[in-house]
Design a protein around this ligand. Structure first.
Ligand SMILES: Nc1ncnc2c1ncn2[C@@H]1O[C@H](COP(=O)(O)OP(=O)(O)OP(=O)(O)O)[C@@H](O)[C@H]1O
Ligand SMILES: [Mg+2]
Length: 279
C-alpha cells in the first residue's frame, strides 16, 4: 500500500525539506521504495539529493503544466530505492499559470496517480506558502500531512491558518486529508526555550505530536551542500540518529509493528479515525 504524505508549514525554514529528504533516505534504506516530490520552486529537496536544479530538462513544472508523465521526469538518486521528482526554478511561474487550468488543485494528484503504486512512500515537499502549489500537495496527500514545527519562539504562530487551510482542503478537495503528526525540529537542549516550546505544542496538539524530536545539528545543515542525505553524510550524528528514529516511528505507526505509538496514547491506527474528524 502506498502512503502519500505532504510536508507543509507556510513558515519558512522550519525543516520541511530536511525532513522530507532525510526521512525518505531512511525509509529507502529500510527497503521501501520512496519517491520524494519537490513542489517548491526553491528546489531545495532537489539540490539536497545531489541534483543541479538549473540543468534539469524536465521538472515538476512539466508534470503539472505540460502534463508530461511523471515516469519521464523521475530521476534515480545515488541511493537505492530513493527516487526524485525534481523541481526547477520554472515552477515559480506555475501558480500563475495554474489559475487558468481546469481542476487546478488536483494537478499533482492526477500526475502522481499512474505511478503511485510503484512506491511504498511518496513524500511531497511543499513551499513556505499556502498558495496553489501547497494546496496541490495537500490535495495529493492521500495519507495526511506532516507539519514540521521549529522549537523556537512563536512556533505556534501561523498554525491556526495552516490548520484552516488543511480543513478547507479536506472539506472540498481531499476527504482523506488529516494531520499525520507534528514533528518538533531544531531542538536546542542548551536552552529552556526549546523544552518550553515542545511542552506548549504538546499541550495544544497532544497525541498528534511525534515522539521523536529532531535536535539542532550542524551536520544536518551541512549535508545539503554535499548533495547528500544525513544517512550518507553523517549517520552517527545526533541529526542522523534522530531521523532514523523518526523513520522507525512512522513505519511502526503505518505498519502497526511492535508497540510504537505516536504520542503514547494508543495504537496509531485507532486515533487516526478520530483525528480525521478534527483534522
Ligand atoms: N535539525 C536541524 N539542525 C540544524 N539545521 C537544520 C535542521 N533542520 C534544518 N536545518 C537547516 O535549516 C535550514 C532550513 O531547513 P529546511 O530547508 O529543511 O526548512 P524548510 O521548512 O524546508 O524551508 P523553506 O520554508 O524555505 O522551504 C536549512 O539550512 C537546513 O539545512
Ligand atoms: Mg523547503
Amino acid at each position: 500500500m502506498t502512503k502519500i504524505y505532504a510536508f507543509a508549514n507556510q513558515k519558512g525554514g522550519v525543516g520541511k525539506t530536511t525532513t522530507a529528504v532525510n526521512l525518505g533516505a531512511y525509509l529507502a534504506a529500510s527497503g521501501r521504495r520512496v519517491l520524494v516530490v519537490d513542489v517548491d520552486p526553491q528546489a531545495n529537496a532537489t539540490s539536497s539529493l545531489g541534483f543541479d536544479k538549473n540543468s534539469l530538462s524536465l521538472s515538476t513544472y512539466d508534470a503539472l503544466i505540460n502534463r508530461v508523465p511523471c515516469s519521464q521526469i523521475i530521476a534515480s538518486t545515488r541511493w537505492q530505492h530513493l527516487e526524485l521528482l525534481p523541481s526547477a526554478p520554472a515552477l515559480a511561474g506555475a501558480e500563475v499559470e495554474m489559475v487558468h487550468l481546469l481542476a487546478r488543485e488536483h494537478l499533482l494528484r492526477k500526475a502522481l496517480a499512474p505511478i503511485a503504486d510503484h512506491y511504498h512512500y511518496i513524500l511531497i515537499d511543499s513551499p513556505p506558502s499556502l498558495g496553489l502549489l501547497t494546496v496541490n500537495a495537500l490535495t495529493a496527500a492521500a495519507d495526511g500531512v506532516i507539519i514540521p514545527v521549529q522549537c523556537e519562539y512563536l512556533a505556534l504562530e501561523g498554525l491556526t491558518e495552516l490548520l484552516r487551510t488543511i480543513m478547507m482542503v479536506r472539506d472540498n478537495l481531499n476527504p482523506r486529508l488529516y494531520v499525520r503528526g507534528l514533528l518538533m525540529t531544531m531542538y536546542d537542549g542548551r536552552t529552556n526555550l526549546s523544552a518550553q516550546v515542545v511542552a506548549e505544542v504538546q499541550r495544544h496538539f497532544k497525541d498528534r505530536v511525534f515522539r521523536t524530536i529532531i535536535p539542532r545539528s550542524v551536520r544536518l545543515s551541512e549535508a545539503p551542500s554535499y548533495g547528500e542525505p544525513i544517512l550518507a553524510y553523517a549517520p552517527r550524528s545526533s541529526g542522523g540518529l534522530a531521523y532514523q528514529a523518526f523513520a522507525q516511528e512512522l513505519l511502526n505507526g503505518d505498519e502497526g509493528q511492535g508497540t510504537a505509538r505516536v504520542g503514547g496514547k494508543g495504537p496509531q491506527r485507532a486515533p487516526t479515525v478520530a483525528r480525521r474528524q478534527e483534522v
